[in-house]
Design a protein around this ligand. Structure first.
Ligand code: PMP
Length: 365
């Protein structure tokens, strides 16, 4: 489409164009339904098949065993800030351990405190969230309710390169909203991992929750029904009406990742190349661009950096727009620029941004 831009939005974010076209083709009539997928019952076999296919494609991509439940929920990642402590902390007599490496971890802590006792195992606030802890910074007690972290802080562009050390007796919980499906993961290390879809996995409206099945039994059944993971698991994500259209599109994105991109190993190496291309421009700009994240925890997904002044930042954003490079403004807490380059951002978009950045630096430094 002539008006389509390279969209660097942090989420909702750019989608694979082929998926949008498939959705367009099936919009009026989903094959066999005589209606749009959004017009049929969630109990209709055609939709139940769509849901199962989305689940099995995610299981295949991440090699998820039967020890884990894969659930689709509404309420965004934000609902999980409450659902997780409601299920795993409330009434447990234990304390939850939170690692705070950015804005989303901080919000999760605030909600968890309403459900029970929370300790900040690590807080990177003093350096304005530009890094993740090293293994020696973390001493999680063996009897914690769980240990929680956010694998990729979307606003700061800070990403864990691997799972933080967690005692075997403690479930590891991750908010993977902004780096879900960007690389393979050792799922067996996790008690629970969740992600809202609207960054790397589909449209807004659905979140994926991957949870070790034994943990489903932990919650007090008197917590609000929608928050109770067991309800979603026992009813195959149809405890109530699920977000059918969002699940349908998410399934297509998962298939695109498997069939067109070749799976998560390949996707990771493409993501490394794409992000490295932008970080190299930053590093070779003689200080014109300054990356926010420390180099050993730079995000594959959200590249955050500052320019020498607010005026230059505004000029950068406006001139980038003339080159069809959109949604580059950083979050106000970090300032500067954030280029979100999720799986669906084509290499051409990253090439175009890298050469714009080089040009802009040479004209303005
Ligand atoms: N966690 C992370 C890492 C996020 O990036 C976001 C969304 N920007 C959220 C949580 C909150 O997601 P939602 O808006 O779906 O509640």
């Amino acid at each position: 489409h002539p008006e389509r831009v390279f969209n660097f939005s942090a989420g909702p974010a750019t989608m694979p164009e082929s998926v949008l076209r498939e959705v367009q083709d099936e919009m009026l009539c989903y094959p066999g339904a005589g209606a749009s997928i959004m017009e049929i019952s969630h109990r209709d076999k055609l939709f139940v098949d769509v849901l199962h296919d989305a689940e099995s494609t995610i299981r295949e991509l991440l090699k998820i065993s039967d020890d884990y439940s894969v659930m689709f929920m509404q309420g965004g990642a934000t609902l999980q800030f409450s659902a997780i402590p409601a299920n795993l902390l409330r009434g447990s007599g234990k304390r939850a351990q939170y690692i705070q490496t950015g804005s989303w971890g901080k919000k999760a802590v605030k909600e968890a405190k309403k459900e029970g006792d929370v300790d900040l195992l690590y807080d990177a606030a003093e350096s304005n969230y530009d890094h993740v802890p090293s293994a020696s910074d973390l001493a999680c007690p063996d009897d914690a309710a769980y240990m929680y972290y956010c694998s990729n802080e979307t606003i700061q562009g800070v990403q864990f390169q691997s799972e933080p050390n967690c005692p075997d007796s403690v479930p590891l919980v991750s908010d993977a909203s902004s780096d879900f499906l960007c690389r393979p993961l050792p799922i067996e290390k996790y008690g629970l991992l969740y992600a809202c879809a609207q960054k790397n996995a589909g449209p807004a409206g659905v979140s994926v929750v991957i949870m070790r099945k034994d943990l489903l039994e932990k919650a007090d059944p008197n917590i609000p029904g929608y928050l109770h993971f067991k309800n979603h698991h026992d009813n195959d994500s149809e405890w109530n009406t699920p977000p059918t259209f969002a699940i349908y599109v998410l399934g297509k994105v998962a298939r695109w990742l498997r069939d067109d991109m070749g799976g998560l190993e390949k996707m990771e190496s493409i993501n490394r190349e794409k992000s490295q291309q932008l970080y190299s421009v930053i590093d070779s700009s003689n200080g014109f661009y300054r990356g926010h994240a420390q180099t050993d925890c730079r995000s594959l997904m959200n590249v955050t950096f500052n320019l020498p002044s607010d005026d230059l930042t505004a000029k950068f954003i406006s001139e980038a727009g003339e080159h069809k490079l959109a949604a580059l403004k950083g979050h106000r807490s970090v300032g500067g620029i954030r280029a979100s380059i999720y799986n669906a951002m084509p290499r051409e978009g990253v090439n175009a941004l890298a050469s714009f950045m080089n040009d802009f630096a040479s004209k303005n430094s």
